[in-house]
Design a protein around this ligand. Structure first.
Ligand SMILES: [Zn+2]
Length: 397
């Protein structure tokens, strides 16, 4: 690149860092000279599987139809007639529950289903899979990826015929950084909008918690990589606007609570009286008779580690799904309590998210390289921000 006149007009770069919450950002220095705006961003109740569709569509979960991976729906279960799973029921539990065995079988199932979305069987017992449907069948970032059929910001960019860059969420952070750098420098391209996907800090925080040197080192690495990326972009564009945001924070785990045990001890039968999915921070129930619903609610209300969510609460959080697809009753752990064992895992971990979105550690973060006219206070505001950025460059020849 030589003179200023040869530069392209501008680019807006949105950088997504999974689990880089406000509490964490606030405790570290992070691109202080480049980011005049740093603020908490309210999250949405759920996991990344809920939050990411909200970022992409600007909709709450009841409207985009994503919440958690497993739901009770035997009629539509893709696992119902899978010979591999029928075979696994004959294998002794000691063998079939090994992590290594589960991971191999998960990959075989995924290959058979050919889903393009994120697929993981986690710790779901093979014997229960015939009751379950899997909810992220399609790649969220590709056309038609959202369960409700709603368009995403990527669909908007496609419709506008703007040159934009989208990371591959299956690729490593290093690869995604390199691919964006290449796109920015590619003389054949005039990329106006970019979405950089960075997801590995989430795993670090789950493993070591929020207060660990590895976390500070990871934040310093992001700082260095983003600084280099922005410098590169500035060498080719007159104006480089960039935004950094996350989907949720991370809560240090200080206790575990067994919910499955007390429910199983009731003598009620899974599949006949009730069904349940045990996520890492909540249990979701479906009931097939009133005795089961009364009994389970009674058991849950006797547990000190969490609370039964009211319909008003679910509605205020935007997870009042019209058909109660994700459960008729939600039991949510108190912040920092891990539901264990769960259908997500059977070992304790140092950090978890998916607690009350109102808890301080749940808050996501938002940073901007420029001051903004619009208010960005919750995840669903990011869609409007990104649309505004695309529109800005559309009007520039
Ligand atoms: Zn996570």
């Amino acid at each position: 690149m030589s003179g200023q006149e040869e530069k392209l007009p501008g680019i807006s770069i949105c950088i997504f860092i999974d689990a880089f919450g406000w509490e964490l950002l606030d405790r570290h220095s992070f691109l202080d000279d480049m980011l005049p705006v740093k603020q908490p961003l309210d999250t949405i109740f759920g996991y990344s599987a809920t939050c990411d569709p909200t970022i992409l569509t600007g909709l709450l979960p009841r409207d985009h139809g994503h919440f958690s991976f497993f739901v009770y729906d035997p009629d539509h279960s893709p696992f119902r007639r899978m010979p591999l799973l029928q075979l696994m029921r004959l294998v002794p539990k000691a063998l079939s529950s090994r992590n290594r065995a589960r991971s191999v079988i998960g990959k075989l199932i995924n290959r058979q289903l050919a889903y393009t979305g994120y697929f993981n069987i986690y710790n779901m017992p093979f014997s229960l899979m015939k009751y379950m449907d899997y909810t992220e069948k399609r790649d969220l970032y590709q056309p038609g990826g959202i369960n409700s059929g709603s368009p995403t910001i990527m669909d908007y960019a496609r419709d506008q015929n703007i040159d934009f860059f989208l990371s591959d969420w299956k690729a490593s952070e290093e690869q995604n950084l390199k691919d964006l750098t290449d796109a920015v420098l590619d003389p054949r391209r005039d990329c106006r909008f970019a979405y950089l996907y960075m997801a590995s800090m989430d795993a670090v925080l789950h493993r070591v918690g929020t207060d660990h040197p590895e976390v500070s080192a990871k934040i310093a690495w992001y700082e260095q990589q983003i600084r280099a990326l922005i410098r590169t972009a500035q060498s080719r564009y007159r104006e480089v606007r960039f935004f950094i945001f996350s989907d949720h924070g991370m809560t240090d785990v200080h206790d575990t609570c067994d919910v499955q045990g007390p429910v199983a001890a009731s003598g009620l039968k899974f599949g006949q009286d009730y069904a349940a999915v045990y996520d890492s921070t909540m249990a979701r129930f479906w009931f097939f008779n009133s005795q089961a619903s009364r009994r389970i609610e009674e058991i849950l209300k006797g547990l000190p580690c969490g609370e039964v969510l009211t319909d008003q609460q679910l509605s205020a959080w935007g997870v009042d799904f019209p058909d109660r697809r994700y459960g008729e009753l939600f039991f949510l752990m108190h912040p920092g309590v891990l539901l264990l064992p769960s259908h997500m895992g059977d070992r304790p971990i140092a950090g978890m998210h998916g607690y009350s979105p109102e808890d301080k550690d749940s808050a996501a973060a938002f940073c901007s390289s420029c001051s903004l006219d619009l208010e960005v206070s919750r995840l669903d505001d990011l869609y409007g921000l990104m649309k505004g950025e695309i529109d800005r460059w559309l009007s520039v020849p």
